[in-house]
Structures are given as C-alpha cells and as structure tokens.
Design a binder for this molecule. Structure first.
Ligand code: FAD
Length: 382
C-alpha cells in the first residue's frame, strides 16, 4: 500500500467516473489533475440511480453525508402494467445498506467536485486532450503533459480507448429512448417500470418535486448516437398513446424531451497499456436498463486507485485492475441487455410474465433482492 503517494496522475474527463477516480487517487496521496474539455463541470438535467454497490465506494471516499442530503432514498422498485395502469408487484428496497437513491446528475457531479476540491485535486476546464502518445503523455491547449499515469475517463467516444484498442463499431439495438423531467406531485420514493408491448418507461422522483422519465421504444432505424437531440414531446406522447391513463397523464406534462438511439459497444479488450488506463463508459458503455453505467464507473475508479496503490509497479497495478473488473462488468452489461426484452413482451408471453412477477412478489418477496445480490451487495472497498 501507499505506492500512490506523490504520484502524478492525470485524469482525462470530469464526468462521474473521472471525478471519482480523481478523488480516490487523491485520497491515497497522489497529485491529481483532471482535464475536462467542457468550460464547466456540469451534467445534463436528468436523474440517475445510485445503487448500493456504487454508494459503498462513494461512502468510503468520505461522501456519505453529502450523498444522504442530496438524494431521494428509494423504497421500492414497482413494475407496472402501462396498459392498465395497475401495479404488478412491489420489490422492497428499504433493507438496502447503503441506501439505493435517486439523484439529479448535476447534484452528484457537484458532490464529487466538492470532494475533489477538498482533497486537493486540480481541475482544468476547457482542457480538451487532442493527442495521446504510447508513453501516456498527451497534448492539451498547446501543453504536453507527462504524468506517471494517464486515466481515460473520457466517456463513450473515448480518444484514450481508441489509442490502446483496435477500432470497434457500435451497433444500433433497434431501440430509441427519450429522457425528460417534469414537475410532479407524484413524489413517492419508488422507481416505476411501466411495461407495454415494444416499449417501456422508467419514472422516479428527484429532490425539488420533479419526476425523472426515461422512455424506450423499439424502432427499426436510427442514425445518430449521442443523447442530446431535442425531439417534439408529441412524438413521445404518440409512442405511448394507446397506454393507460396514468402513463399518458405523466407524458402529457413533458414540455422538453431529448431523444437518442441506443447502441451496443463491445467491452474494450484492453483497459490499460503502459501507463495508460481507461474506465467507465470509455471502457464499457452499457444500455441503461439496469441503471449501472455510472455505478460501474464508480466501482472501476475506486478499484483502479486501490490496485495502483497496492503495487510499486504501475503496470502490475493496472493488470490487477482489469483482472478484478472485467468479468463483473461483462455480467452487468449482459444483464442490462436482457432486461429490455423482458420489459417489452407482448401477447401471451406478457400475460405469463406479469403473472409470474405477481406470484413472485406475493410468495417470495425477497426473491428480487436475492437475484440482485451479486450486483448490489458487491463491495469494491472490502
Ligand atoms: C438516460 C440514461 C440514464 C442513465 N441512468 C443511469 C442510472 O440510473 N445509473 C447509472 O449508474 N448509470 C446510468 N446511466 C449511465 C451513466 O450516465 C454513464 O454510464 C456514466 O455517466 C458514465 O460516466 P463516465 O464518467 O464514464 O463518462 P461521461 O459521464 O460521459 O464523462 C466523460 C467526460 O469526459 C469529457 N471528455 C471527453 N473527451 C474528452 C477529451 N478529449 N478531453 C477532455 N475531456 C473529455 C466529457 O466532456 C465528459 O465530461 C444512464 C445513462 C443514460 C443515457
């Protein structure tokens, strides 16, 4: 331990993964600089679920109090029949420790940024990395930086991933998604999954009386990746027009909707090379059907800093990092891929699946959490 002491670490990207990595390295004594291309550390106006596995790592980095004050503690996951507006069952989350919570994305970034500031991390804004060399040095704003380790936390279009991996093509999954938030008095602290043939929507409350909405529809074609394309809210309402009153009433309040195509990316073969590592979406973007992209990025960040701290040779630490993380990440991504199919069933399959969920909820209410134990009970800090 303590090999990170006074190491110079550069983190490319100031999103959830990058800021968590910066904080984790700084807590173990490293000199950390974050290079973020945007002029400010901000996030889109949407929500995010932090599950106990992610919260455990954030708590261990000293953020427990701030997290408790800034999120809504989830009481249950509630699968709904979107056509009849009926609750199918309810899976209790109140026994989860640490808590499962809902956050504004900007609030989470703010907590991480304040944590980094307190731990002495330097954040350089407007600092796009334009070239990366095999020894880990890189160019930004006309400056050449030569750290002991370069961490690529630069998201789904990562330049760092491309520098250490063969190019790989994402493919369209046949699904598009809208995200929106609305003002709402539906503030009970549960995540509802509204299921309909070929579509579903997930809603949960955020602090400040807003409801976060992610709605997914199967579609045969899509061109652009990226989740900032504005869309007419009427298209979202149209996609769910034959659903029951409750789902339609939620969507009737949407006045700003963003639409994007859902793509699948292969998990990167190499998460490190020399003194370069990647994490989060840069290494393994995932579909949003298990709410794990940010949680996995947080787990990666914590594990990366710890593995490097445990080894005098950075490359040995990086090997240990990838060995510890890859199989778990692949399992989570596969589980997310399967969820979409389960939510979108039609006809007899749908009736059978809903009846199965109802029975499970009545006969074995703990079964949901038992099934998720591999995910939520995992402890990267152990
Ligand atoms: C609708 C939706 C809902 C989701 N809900 C959840 C959820 O409930 N729970 C969950 O765990 N996950 C969720 N996710 C996934 C989660 O948002 C992502 O997996 C997570 O934000 C990835 O974090 P990251 O730090 O790896 O990348 P990003 O957040 O993409 O951060 C990358 C950063 O790098 C910067 N950057 C990029 N290139 C450069 C460069 N060349 N130089 C400098 N800076 C650069 C970018 O500006 C950005 O700030 C959801 C995703 C979507 C789309």
């Amino acid at each position: 331990m303590a090999h990170n002491q006074s190491r110079d670490i550069a983190v490319i990207g100031g999103g959830i993964g990058g800021l968590t990595a910066a904080l984790a390295f700084a807590r173990s004594g490293a000199n950390v600089t974050v290079y973020e291309q945007a002029p400010a550390l901000t996030e889109v106006g949407a929500g995010l679920q932090i599950t106990p596995n992610g919260a455990r790592a954030l708590d261990a980095l000293g953020l427990a109090q701030a997290l408790a004050a800034s999120g809504v503690t989830a009481e249950a996951v509630v699968p709904m029949d979107a056509m009849s507006s009926k609750e199918i069952t309810r899976f209790d989350l109140t026994t989860q420790s640490p808590h499962y919570r809902f956050y504004h994305r900007a609030a989470l970034i703010d907590i991480l940024a304040r944590g980094c500031d307190g731990a002495g991390v330097t954040v350089k804004l407007g600092a796009q990395v334009t070239a990366l060399y095999p020894d880990g040095s890189f160019e930004t704003n006309g400056e050449t930086v030569r750290p002991a380790l370069t961490v690529g936390a630069d998201g789904i279009h990562s330049v760092v991933r491309r520098a250490i991996n063969k190019p790989s093509d994402p493919f369209f999954t046949g699904q598009v998604a809208w995200r929106a938030t609305i003002k709402s008095d539906r503030t009970d602290p549960v995540a509802r999954i509204w299921m309909a043939p070929g579509r579903h929507m997930v809603t949960y409350p955020l602090l400040g009386g807003r409801l976060n909405i992610v709605a997914v529809q199967e579609r045969s074609q899509w061109a652009k990746e990226g989740w900032h394309h504005a869309d007419d809210p009427g298209n979202l309402r149209m996609a769910f027009a034959d659903c029951g009153w409750d789902a339609k009433s939620i969507l009737s309040k949407v006045d700003d909707a963003r639409l994007w195509g859902l793509f699948r990316h292969p998990v990167a073969a190499n998460w490190h090379s020399g003194a370069i590592a990647i994490l989060g979406d840069a290494a393994h973007p995932t579909l949003p059907f298990l709410a794990q992209g940010a949680n996995l990025a947080i787990e990666d960040a914590y594990t990366l800093a710890r593995c490097c701290d445990e080894d005098a040779a950075i490359e040995a630490g990086l090997r240990s990092y990838q060995a510890k993380r890859r199989a778990r990440v692949v399992r989570a991504i596969e589980a997310a891929n399967k969820n979409a199919r389960k939510y979108h069933l039609g006809g007899v399959q749908r009736m059978v699946a809903h009846a199965g969920l109802r029975t499970l909820g009545k006969m074995a209410p703990a079964a949901f959490l038992n099934r998720m134990s591999w995910l939520y009970d995992h402890d990267v800090t152990a």
